[in-house]
Design a protein around this ligand. Structure first.
Ligand code: IVH
Length: 666
C-alpha cells in the first residue's frame, strides 16, 4: 500500500470509528488505538500537504484562525413552527390535518423539541460541504468550519450507502448539560460571565470566531429533517431511520402514532421524563409523517400546516414574598433577590428567586406579603414572573436600593447597562476581593496555588487588603492560616514569586482597570510599551490606538487618576513585577502590517499557519477569514483553493507568496 492509499484508508476507518463512538455509542476500538491511528494520519497529512481535505478526521480539532462568517442564502427557506402551550390547540391541529386530508388515514411522527439552535447541513457525494445557521430563515451564517468540530456530525458518509448525491439535513446543535455545567464552572474560575442556559451557550459557541474553541466545548447535534430531490422514502420517520444508517445522530425517542390519544401520551410521558435526558428540551414537535400528505397540506405564510410545536409549561408555583435583599457581586453589580415562603418547584424546594434588576422589580410592583408567581424555566435560577396581589398597601411598596448594601456608597447605573453598580472599587470589600481574585486568576497573574477560598480567608483575617499585599506575605503568616501546611505555604510563596515574571501585558490586565480585558491590555501594552506610559497617557493618544474606544480610554484615565490605584501600581513595581515589554518582545514587534487585513490560504513550506497568524499579529496586522474588498492582501501557500483565487482576482486583491511576505516583515 502506498502512503497516499494509507491516508485514504485511515480517513475512512477513523470516520467509521467516530460514528461508532459518537453516534452509536458503541466504540469498537480502544481510545489509545484511535489516537494512534489519528497520529499516523496527522503525520502522513503533514507529509502530503497536497492531499489536504477539509473533511479529514484530523480537522475535528478546529483551528485558531479567525472566522468571519459569510452570509449565505438558504437553498430552501428555514421556516419555523407554530407554537402552542395547550392540548386543546393540539386537538385543533389534529382535526385540521384530518379535515385537510379528507378523511384519509395518516400517522403523526412525535419528536422531542430540542432546545438549541437549528442548523442546515449540506452534503454532496457523501461529503459535508456546508453548514449554515438559521439566521432569519432566508439567509444565515456559514459556520462550516465550526460545525466540522462537532463529533456527532459526519464529515464523510460511508461509501457504499444509498444516500442521494445531494441532500440537505436539518437539526439542532446543542450543548449537553454535562458540557454546559463544565463550561460554566470554568467561566466562573476565569471570572467570565456565565451562560444562562445551554441554548445560549450552544449559540455563543457555534458563532465563536475561533473553531478550536468550538472543538473544546463538547457540542452535540440531533438531526430531524431530511430535504432534497431524491429522498428515499415517503415517510419522514423512515427517512430519519435511513439517515441514521448513513451516519447521522437521530433521536431514539421518535415515535409514530395513529391517534390524538397517542400524541397526548407522548406529551405526558416526556413532560416528566425529559428531566432525565442529557440535553435540554422545551417541548415536542408533531409532524404528519407522509411527505405526500405534507405537500398536500402545504404552508401558511409563516409555517407548515403539517407540523406544530407543543411547548412544555415551565413549572410555576405560587408563594408569598417576605423580603427583598440585595446581593453585590465581585464586579460591584447589585442584584435584588426575593426571600419567600418555601415552595416545591421542579423537584426542589425554592425559597429565593432573582428579581434581576431595578427595572424588573419596578414592573412587578412588589410589597411585603404579596402573593407572587415563581417560575423555573430553561434558566437555572428561579424567578418571580408575576405579582398576584392587586390591592396592597402602597405604603409598603419595595423600592430598589439607592446605596451599596455593604459600603453605603450611592449606586450608579452605567449607560446601556441594566444593573446598578457600587462604584467604590478600592473601598468596598466585595469589590476589593473581586479585584484580588481577578489579579491571581489564570489569564492574569496565574497565582494558581492560591485558590479564591484561601484569598477570601486571608482577606477576612486581615492578612491582605489588596493584591499588592500578596508580595509581602511571609511563611509564618501562611502557616497560621487554615489548611496551611508547610508544603502548601512554600507552594503559595513560590507561585507568588514566579508571578513576577508574568509579562507586562498580563500585569496590565491583572491590575483590574474596568473594561480593559485581555485583548485591550495586549493592544495597549504593545502600543505604549510600559506602565509609566500608560499611567501618563492622554485620552487623545489612547483613542488613536486601533481597537481602543471611548469607554476603555476613559476608564484608563479614570483609573490612574485615583491615588489609591497609583500607590497600588507603584508598590507592584517595587516588588519587581514586569512593568514594560521585554526586549525580545519589543524587537520582534513592529507596525509594519498596521491597518492591514490579511487572509491566509493554502499550505506553507517555512512556517505553519498558526505561526503566520502569530507573525501577522506581532506586526500589528489583522488576520481575517474571508476575502472581501477590504482585504489588503492574501498570504498564499501551495494549493490555494480555486474559488478563493477567483474571488481575489475579481476583487483585485494582491496575492503574496510566503517568501514575499517574509521579506516584507523582515
Ligand atoms: S422541525 C418545518 N423538529 O424548533 C419544520 N424542529 O420553530 C422545521 N426544533 O427552528 C423544524 N427540535 O430549531 C423540528 N424535532 C424537531 C425540533 C425542531 C427542535 C426547533 C428548530 C425550529 C424550531 C421550531
Amino acid at each position: 500500500m502506498t502512503e497516499t492509499e494509507r491516508i485514504q484508508e485511515l480517513r475512512t476507518e477513523l470516520h467509521q470509528h467516530n460514528y461508532n463512538y459518537y453516534v452509536l455509542n458503541q466504540p469498537t476500538i480502544s481510545d489509545q488505538d484511535f489516537d494512534k491511528m489519528m497520529h499516523e494520519l496527522q503525520d502522513l497529512e503533514a507529509k502530503y500537504p497536497e492531499l489536504y481535505d477539509p473533511n479529514s478526521p484530523t480537522q475535528r480539532v478546529g483551528s485558531d484562525l479567525n472566522n468571519e462568517f459569510e452570509t449565505v442564502v438558504h437553498k430552501r427557506p428555514m421556516l419555523s413552527l407554530a407554537n402552542t402551550y395547550n392540548k386543546e390547540e393540539v386537538k385543533d391541529f389534529y382535526n385540521r390535518v384530518k379535515e385537510g386530508l379528507h378523511g384519509a388515514p395518516f400517522q403523526i411522527c412525535c419528536e422531542l423539541k430540542f432546545d438549541g439552535l437549528s442548523i442546515s447541513l449540506h452534503y454532496e457525494h457523501g461529503q459535508l460541504v456546508k453548514a449554515v445557521t438559521r439566521g432569519d430563515g432566508i439567509q444565515g451564517d456559514d459556520v462550516t468550519s465550526n460545525v466540522r468540530t462537532i463529533r456527532s456530525i459526519p464529515l464523510q458518509l460511508a461509501k457504499e450507502m444509498d444516500y442521494p448525491d445531494e441532500f440537505e439535513i436539518r437539526g439542532e446543535v446543542l450543548m449537553p448539560w454535562s458540557s454546559f455545567d463544565q463550561l460554566n464552572k470554568q467561566r466562573e474560575d476565569d471570572e467570565e460571565p456565565l451562560f444562562a442556559n445551554p441554548r445560549n451557550a450552544a449559540s455563543g459557541t457555534l458563532k465563536s470566531k475561533v473553531s478550536s474553541t468550538v472543538a473544546q466545548r463538547g457540542l452535540d447535534a440531533y438531526l430531524y429533517y431530511l430535504l432534497g430531490d431524491n429522498i428515499p422514502d415517503d415517510g419522514h420517520y423512515e427517512n430519519l431511520q435511513k439517515a441514521h444508517e448513513w451516519g447521522f445522530q437521530i433521536s431514539k425517542n421518535i415515535r409514530l402514532v395513529n391517534s390524538l390519544q397517542g400524541i397526548y401520551d407522548y406529551i405526558d410521558y416526556w413532560d416528566q421524563e425529559r428531566k432525565n435526558l442529557p440535553v435540554a428540551t422545551d417541548g415536542v414537535v408533531l409532524k404528519v409523517n407522509s411527505l405526500a400528505q405534507q405537500r398536500s397540506l402545504g404552508m401558511t405564510a409563516k409555517s407548515p400546516r403539517w407540523a406544530i410545536a407543543y411547548k412544555f409549561q415551565a413549572e410555576q408555583a405560587e408563594t408569598i414574598l417576605r423580603q427583598v435583599v440585595y446581593q453585590i457581586g465581585r464586579t460591584g453589580a447589585v442584584t435584588p433577590v426575593a426571600n419567600m415562603d418555601p415552595v416545591q418547584l421542579a423537584g426542589t424546594q425554592v425559597r429565593r428567586a432573582t428579581l434581576h434588576n431595578a427595572d424588573v422589580m419596578q414592573k412587578l410592583h412588589l410589597h411585603v406579603g404579596d402573593h407572587v408567581l415563581v417560575e423555573k424555566g430553561g434558566e437555572i435560577i428561579p424567578k418571580i414572573i408575576d405579582n398576584l396581589t392587586e390591592n396592597s398597601n402602597p405604603k409598603h411598596l419595595i423600592n430598589f436600593v439607592a446605596n451599596c448594601p455593604v459600603c453605603r456608597t450611592p449606586l450608579v447605573r452605567y449607560e446601556g447597562e441594566t444593573s446598578h453598580y457600587c462604584p467604590n472599587e478600592t473601598g468596598c470589600p466585595p469589590l476589593i476581593l473581586g479585584r484580588i481574585e481577578h489579579f491571581i486568576s489564570r489569564k492574569a497573574m496565574n497565582i494558581n496555588s492560591l485558590g479564591f477560598e484561601t484569598v477570601d480567608d486571608f482577606f477576612q483575617r486581615g492578612l491582605i487588603h489588596d493584591a499588592a499585599d500578596l508580595y509581602e506575605l511571609t511563611e509564618e503568616q501562611l502557616l497560621t492560616s487554615e489548611g496551611g501546611g508547610q508544603i502548601n505555604a512554600k507552594n503559595i510563596l513560590q507561585s507568588i514569586q514566579e508571578s513576577k515574571d508574568v509579562p507586562f501585558e498580563r500585569v496590565l490586565y491583572a491590575i483590574g482597570i474596568r473594561f480593559v480585558g485581555e485583548i485591550a491590555a495586549k493592544t495597549i501594552a504593545r502600543n505604549l510599551g510600559s506602565m509609566e506610559a500608560v499611567a501618563n497617557v492622554t485620552l487623545d493618544k489612547l483613542l488613536e490606538i486601533s481597537g481602543i474606544g471611548t469607554i476603555i480610554a476613559q476608564s484608563i484615565i479614570h483609573y490612574f487618576k485615583d491615588p489609591i490605584n497609583q500607590r497600588f501600581v507603584q508598590r507592584l513595581q517595587k516588588y519587581g513585577l514586569q512593568m514594560k515589554l521585554s526586549e525580545t518582545e519589543l524587537s520582534s514587534h513592529s507596525d509594519r502590517l498596521a491597518g492591514k487585513s490579511i487572509v491566509i490560504s493554502g499550505v506553507f513550506a517555512h512556517h505553519s499557519r498558526d505561526e503566520y497568524k502569530a507573525l501577522i499579529e506581532k506586526h500589528n496586522g489583522k488576520n481575517v477569514g474571508s476575502i472581501s474588498g477590504k482585504t489588503s492582501f492574501i498570504l498564499a501557500g501551495e494549493n490555494m483553493g480555486p474559488a478563493k483565487l477567483e474571488k481575489a482576482q475579481k476583487l483585485g486583491v494582491p496575492i503574496l507568496s510566503e517568501d514575499e511576505f517574509l521579506k516584507m516583515i523582515e
